[in-house]
Design a protein around this ligand. Sequence first.
Ligand code: C2E
Ligand code: MG
Ligand code: MG
Ligand code: MG
Length: 286
Amino acid sequence: RTKESGRNHYQFYNPEMSLEIAENFALETQLHQAIKNEELILHYQPQINIKTGQVYGLEALVRWKSPNLGLVGPNKFIPIAEKTGLILPVGEWVLKTACQQNKKWQQMGLPPVRVAVNLSAQQLQQPDLIKTVEKILDLVGLEPQWLELEVTESILMKNTTLASQTLHELRNMGVYISMDDFGTGYSSLGYLKKFPFDTLKIDQSFVRELNQNPEDISIISAIMTLSRGFNMRVIAEGVENQEQLNLLQQLDCEEMQGYFFSHPLTQEEVLNYLLSFNQQKYLIFP
Ligand code: C2E
Ligand code: MG
Ligand code: MG
Ligand code: MG
């Protein structure tokens, strides 16, 4: 009793904490039904090459349209899905849906783009991830070069050897691999040697205050130098304005993603975006 009332006492002074626990519990129970009830949706954010002026990729970002909770963002429910193991069916749904949608756009005759899908740690730990990816590409009829898988540093730290093997096999299949949120994790630069990354995604925290922070310029400049040594491409995330675009361009970073170009779009909006995209719009002639 004493213990319990002690805990209640604690909770009394931390209403936010108990609210969060209750909220997470509600999320967890309802998330179980989400796939079956077709409540998950994907938005797609364009990735632009400012040198060619082309949209070359789309990152698939999952959202949950819950009838009770409204539109729930991935930062809210992906951690819960990871904790409960639901991330496996959710992740497979995302992979399949993104590939199917990309195939549909290709069949409509749009210039082909690569669709980028975020992987979570548990997916990468699955021994059958390679088979799952193969099966989906086969079923959908999408060539592997039109799929990119994004991993973060933290998910590589869990079981490094297995993760490296799996990513190499996927790369050998022809699927592209990118390192998401680069520069924010605790992994060593040796990871760049160990994993078959095609692309480094500069985390948005280095882009946000680019015009006020000389340190961020130094960091991005160092990433650009590294990427040349490793023959990797670089994309800057979170580009929101023209100043950031200009600075990145001066640093030789050609690929960008962010609200300046577009927020993540619904599949219908993507179609309009691609059809009306003006190739000259963001081109910079030095
Ligand atoms: P991320 O992969 O680093 O995705 C980028 C996030 O930044 C997205 O948030 C995107 O909407 C947001 N963003 C894009 N441009 C800008 C910008 O110019 N300014 C700002 N402030 N933000 C921008 P979102 O969609 O809420 O996704 C958050 C995170 O959730 C993602 O980070 C990713 O780690 C995770 N996530 C999303 N979809 C999936 C998924 O299908 N599976 C897994 N495992 N994780 C996912
Ligand atoms: Mg990502
Ligand atoms: Mg990121
Ligand atoms: Mg992130």
